[in-house]
Each structure stands twice: as structure tokens, then as C-alpha cells.
Design a protein around this ligand. Structure first.
Ligand SMILES: Nc1ncnc2c1ncn2[C@@H]1O[C@H](COP(=O)(O)OP(=O)(O)OP(=O)(O)O)[C@@H](O)[C@H]1O
Length: 585
């Protein structure tokens, strides 16, 4: 599956209605609040619509007859109505603000949970900074629309429809003339909106790119400083910033296109009402009071339309953000759990059967790999850099599925194991161990449900039984030694030790060490070797190492080169294969 989120996003075409329907599902549980919100909008718009009618009535019946008591009475009614509109307006913002915040919360959780479900290939193909921008920035665009614009949007629509109905009912011909410019606005909006959305999508993509650039340079700050290449990253950042700036200008211009066009047509409509209205009064078909009301209704129709111009732009931004978010939400993990297959009797612990694999479609890295691992034995994978050792180990741990062939775990297709079952049976110590902020204890118990409730004393007893006591002793404050994922308060070797303890404590059937001792001194390495020898007799160990002394005790050595795996037999033969490969390259 192609997990690249930034591929072809500009060409993507999602129907706005379909996108909106999906988005609204996120607030399906907010029906009551939305209903209340709608009621406040209807009251607000209703009050706005009745206002001009009352003003017209007051002019025709009380101002012209100079009945000031009547004028005062109706002025009081109008004041009451406007105060009520103020109160309903306040509740409207409060209700919708709450809905939008809850929506933002749900949306961020949904994206984060989806990202957590996705396989390693997804993270290979997307930059962390861009993903962060989607979770933070793009969701915020949707939040802004829902908290600030949606109710205004609906309110404006209701007011417009009401005002349009009044315009047509008071005088059909004048009404039709007044509304004619709106048809042009509608056509213009329909034609221009996809282009505006595209501009906004491009802008969000560039903002994501900028975020990725920041993330990359922060992650690599040491290399940047050591090589004095600040200028290089400054230049890269400047380019990304420039691209983001240009796309923001483009999006801003696109978003602003609606306001002047709507303004132009609104002005034209008012001119039409004024000219045609005065003509109708001159021939005795209309009254001054009615024209004042009429003018107010035309304003009530076109003012919200002008507001809609700005709101529509916000809507396009939100929809562009939603497209980027749904691209994540629509991703499916293609490493699905398959139905259980029959177990092959007397099978090896793990078996590769004619396995091919490539990170990109059509570009296989591993070709026709066949081998099996027996219970309780130690295996070594050796070979030149880039030969395919880590890739083979990643397939053993099912970080990826083969493009061809099969992998059997305990005689059953590895794909038929649930993630929990599989990770319980296979422990993988990666080349670059991942630690998170906390303590040594937090990190060695990561993913270990069995000991998570043990207090330090009980855990230390378990550690002692597993032979890890001396390793723990290398940390000043033992289990409580602080660990910080970002800074370097512990060495790389110490990180590898923590990852080692984490994996051993889980007591897996199969333990893979990918260059897991590369940064550990020889004495400590001997200690690790003793711990590995002390593991249960059932435990199978796969060691990937460049330092050959690490694999002295291996029962079998595999030589992995150019994506092919052969049995190397003795250590001597393995060494000759390595040397031959070095000479030929
Ligand atoms: N995430 C990835 N995406 C695309 N290609 C990759 C990826 N990881 C590795 N490769 C490619 O796969 C090939 C095998 O890499 P692999 O990491 O398995 O080699 P290795 O034998 O473990 O090397 P080393 O000894 O340096 O760790 C290399 O050509 C590498 O460029």
C-alpha cells in the first residue's frame, strides 16, 4: 500500500457534500446542543427579519401621521427585540464554541489513534513534522470554522432566505430584480471554489513541509553544529519558509476573491432596488415606508451574503484541512491479521519460505530467502552494509509482510497471529533503541503487562533472577535513574542496555538483536553474552553484528548480501565470504 500522504493531494477531488457529511459524523453525539444552537439562530434571524417590517409599518402608520406615542411604543418593541438578539447571540457562541472544542478533541484523538495503528511503512513514507502539522494545524482550521463561522454561516443563510422571501412577497417584480445579481454570485462561487480550495490545500501542504523541516533540523542539531552546517539548514529552512509564504499569499488572494465580487453585486442590487422602487412610487404602486422596509430587506439579504463571502473562504480552508486529515483517517493498515492456518506438525520456530520483499513496489530488496530457526539455538546474520540484515530481521518481527513467499511462526503463517501474541513471542532490539522520557524503570517495563504493578523491590528481584542485576548496577540511581528521550543524559550504550533489559524481561521465544551491542564496551558485552547464555533453553536468539567476536557462540551463521541469504557454515567460512565480498566491491 502506498502510505505517502503527500502524493497527488492537489489532484484529489472530494465532493464537498460527502466531505462535510463525514465531518459532521464527528459531532453526531452533539445533536441536542446543535438543536439548541439552531433554535438560537432561528430566533436571532427571525428578530432581524421582523425589524425592517416594524420600521416600515411605524413610518407609514405613525411617523407620517406624527403619532409620537406610537413611534415610542414601536421603538420600545424594537429595543426589546435587539436585546433578545444579543442574548441569543451570546448563547449561540457559547454552545458552538463547546461543540467545536469537543470536535477538535475527538478529531485529534481519532487521528492520533489512527497513526498509532499504522505500520512502519507509513512512518517511512511520511515526515513526522508534516504529521504533527496535520494533527495540530489542520485540525485547528476545522475548529476555527466550526467555532467561529458555522453558526454565522447558518445564521446568514437563514436571514438571506427569509429576506429573499420577504422581497419576493412584498413585490414580485422588484424582488426578482433585486435578487437577480445573487444568481451571478452563485454561479461565480460554484466556479471559483474548487480553485480556492486547491490553493488552501497547497498552503497547508507547505505549512506541513515547513514543520517537517523544523523537526528535521531540531532532531539533527548536533550534526549541524559539529559540521558547522547551520548555513545549509538555514538555506533549506529559508526555502521551505519561502514556499510556505508564497503559498500563503496565493491562498490569501484566493480567499479574498469572494469579498469584492460579492460587494460589487450587492451594490448593484441596492441600485436596482432604489431606482426601480422610486419608479414604482412615482407611478403610485409603492409607498415610502415600504421602500424603506424593502431597502432594509435587500440589505438583510446582501449583507449576510457579503459575510458569507468571508465565511465561504474559511469553509474552503477547513475543507482543505479536512482533506489532509481524512487522508490519514482513510489509511488502512495492510498488515492485517489473517485467519488462522493449520499448524505444520514438528515445524521449526520460524521459517522463511521463498520470501521476497521490497520497500517500494516493484523494487525487491530481498530475493527468494529460505531459512529456518530452531528453538533454543543462536543464529548470526552477517554481511556487508546494506546487504539486507535489518530488513530480514524486520520481516521476522512482521514490521512488514513479504511481497512474495511466506513466513511461518511455530508452523503457522505469521500473519495469523494477533499483534499481542506476536510481540509476546518475538523481542526485537533495534539498532537505534527508542526510549521515552521517564525513568529506567518506566522504559524497561514498556509493553510489559506482567511486571507493571511490581514495586521496585519486587522488580529488582525479578531482574536478579534474569541475571540483569549487574546491568542495572551500571545506572547511578538504579531503576529510578531519569531518562530523557530528547537530551543525552544517558549514553547510547546505556540506551542499548535499557533496550536489552526491556527485551529480556519480556522473556520472548525469539530474541533479535540488531547491532544491539555495537556501542557497549567489551567487558559489558561479555556480561550480555553471559545473560544470553543464561536465557531459557527454549529461547532462540538472532544476532546481527558487524563485530565478529559478538557472534562467536552462534550455532549457525547466515551470510546476507545483495538481498540473498546463504548458510555460511563455520566462522572461518563466514569470514572468507565477507573478505571476498569486500574485495569484489
Ligand atoms: N525504510 C527503507 N526504505 C527504503 N529502502 C530501505 C529502507 N530501509 C533499508 N532500505 C534499503 O534496503 C537495503 C537493505 O538495507 P538493510 O538495512 O536491511 O541492510 P543491512 O544489511 O541491515 O545494513 P547495515 O549493516 O548497514 O545495517 C539497502 O539498500 C537500503 O538502502
Amino acid at each position: 500500500m502506498n502510505y505517502n500522504l503527500n502524493q497527488d493531494t492537489t489532484k484529489e477531488k472530494t465532493s464537498t457534500v460527502a466531505a462535510l457529511r463525514k465531518l459532521l459524523q464527528l459531532i453526531a453525539s452533539e445533536q441536542k446542543t446543535l438543536l439548541l444552537g439552531m433554535i438560537t439562530i432561528l430566533i436571532n434571524s427571525g428578530l432581524l427579519l421582523i425589524g425592517p417590517l416594524i420600521i416600515g409599518y411605524t413610518i407609514d402608520h405613525y411617523v407620517r401621521t406624527k403619532d409620537f406615542n406610537g413611534v415610542l411604543q414601536y421603538a420600545g418593541i424594537l429595543l426589546g427585540m435587539y436585546l433578545l438578539a444579543l442574548v441569543t447571540g451570546y448563547f449561540q457562541s457559547k454552545l458552538m464554541g463547546g461543540v467545536a472544542q469537543r470536535m477538535l478533541y475527538t478529531l485529534r484523538n481519532a487521528i492520533f489513534n489512527k497513526i498509532q495503528e499504522l505500520p512502519v511503512a507509513f512512518f517511512n513514507q511520511n515526515k513526522a513534522g508534516d504529521l504533527i502539522s496535520r494533527v495540530n494545524n489542520d485540525t485547528d482550521k476545522i475548529n476555527q470554522f466550526f467555532s467561529q463561522s458555522l453558526m454565522q454561516f447558518i445564521g446568514s443563510m437563514v436571514t438571506m432566505i427569509g429576506a429573499g422571501a420577504f422581497l419576493l412577497s412584498i413585490n414580485t417584480r422588484l424582488g426578482a430584480a433585486a435578487l437577480a445579481p445573487a444568481v451571478f454570485i452563485l454561479v461565480f462561487t460554484g466556479l471559483v471554489s474548487p480553485w480556492v480550495k486547491k490553493k488552501n490545500a497547497r498552503n497547508l501542504q507547505k505549512v506541513g513541509g515547513l514543520s517537517a523541516e523544523i523537526q528535521e533540523s531540531l532532531n539533527n542539531f548536533k550534526v549541524i553544529i559539529a559540521f558547522n552546517r547551520r548555513d545549509y539548514f538555514r538555506k533549506r529552512f529559508d526555502e521551505a519558509n519561502q514556499a510556505s509564504y508564497s503559498s500563503a499569499i496565493g491562498a490569501g488572494m484566493a480567499n479574498n476573491i469572494f469579498v469584492p465580487v460579492y460587494g460589487l453585486f450587492s451594490g448593484m442590487a441596492q441600485l436596482i432596488v432604489l431606482a426601480y422602487g422610486i419608479y414604482l412610487i412615482s407611478i403610485g404602486d409603492f409607498t415610502v415606508g415600504l421602500l424603506v422596509s424593502y431597502f432594509s430587506y435587500a440589505t438583510n439579504f446582501y449583507n449576510p451574503l457579503r459575510q458569507l463571502a468571508a465565511l465561504w473562504a474559511n469553509f474552503q480552508v477547513a475543507m482543505a484541512g479536512w482533506d489532509r486529515i481524512s487522508a490519514i483517517l482513510n489509511m488502512e493498515n495492510d498488515l492485517q491479521v489473517h485467519p488462522k492456518t493449520d499448524q505444520v506438525a514438528g515445524a521449526a520456530l520460524l521459517e522463511f519460505r521463498d520470501v521476497n520483499f521490497g520497500y517500494e513496489p516493484g523494487k525487491d530488496i530481498l530475493h527468494g530467502i529460505n531459512f529456518s530457526l530452531e528453538k533454543g539455538k543462536t543464529y548470526a546474520l552477517i554481511g556487508p552494509t546494506g546487504g539486507g540484515k535489518t530488513t530480514t530481521a524486520s520481516l521476522i518481527a512482521r514490521l512488514y509482510d513479504p511481497t512474495k513467499g511466506k513466513i511461518l511462526l511455530n508452523g503457522r503463517d505469521i500473519r495469523s497471529y494477533s499483534t499481542e501474541e506476536r510481540t509476546q513471542q518475538i523481542g526485537f532490539i533495534l539498532q537505534e533503541p527508542f526510549l521515552f522520557s521517564g525513568t529506567v524503570r518506566d522504559n524497561i517495563l514498556y509493553g510489559n503487562a506482567k511486571y507493571k504493578d511490581y514495586d521496585n523491590q519486587a522488580l529488582e528481584a525479578v531482574i536478579k533472577t534474569a541475571g540483569l542485576e549487574e546491568l542495572l548496577g551500571l545506572f547511578d540511581e538504579g531503576l529510578d535513574t531519569p531518562v530523557s528521550s530528547g537530551s543525552d543524559n544517558i549514553s547510547l550504550g546505556q540506551k542499548q542496555l535499557i533496550a536489552f533489559m526491556r527485551a529480556v524481561l519480556r522473556n520472548p521465544q525469539l530474541l533479535i538483536l540488531d547491532e544491539a551491542t555495537a556501542n557497549i564496551d567489551t567487558i559489558t558485552e561479555q556480561l550480555l553474552s553471559a545473560i544470553l547464555n543464561n536465557l531459557s533453553k527454549e529461547t532462540t536468539v538472532v544476532i546481527i553484528a558487524h563485530r565478529l567476536n559478538t557472534i562467536e557462540n552462534a550455532d549457525e551463521i547466515f551470510f546476507v548480501n545483495s538481498g540473498e541469504l546463504i548458510r555460511a557454515g563455520t566462522m572461518q567460512h563466514a569470514l572468507s565470504l565477507l573478505l571476498a565480498e569486500k574485495r569484489s566491491s
